[in-house]
Design a protein around this ligand. Sequence first.
Ligand code: ZN
Length: 154
Amino acid sequence: MIVFDLLCGEGHRFEGWFGSAGDFATQRDRSLLSCPTCGSPRISKVPSATRANLGASQPKPARRPDATPAKTPEMEGKDPFAIAQMLYSKMLDELLTKSEDVGREFPAEARKIFYKESPARAIRGQATSEEHDDLVDEGIPVARLPLPPTDKLN
Ligand SMILES: [Zn+2]
């Protein structure tokens, strides 16, 4: 006797006992096999480490839910580009909520923090291109956010 793990087209898994591997193929081809749960005649063997290469034309087993990699529910069904966009906006949100908004004082405040005249902290605000370039020229680490000017920043 030989035992196969079997899978029906609906994803039900069960065991089948056969006289030989050929028995399985014969019974399946004659549609003598059916799922004990739903009666589906579309039965395939579940490949395992020791049995995977025995059959020349094994049907692909149905995709099972527990075989997919772990994802957070909000990423489910989204393409990689959408996920990247989501992570990026999360990062921006975090930056915006954790930094102190100093508005138009940004260039002056960034300079004070750099020269330790103000307590070190994360700040955000507005700077013109010239002010930004001046800060960079002085070696002060500032980053431009590719955000359109919105109320959220003001
Ligand atoms: Zn079934």
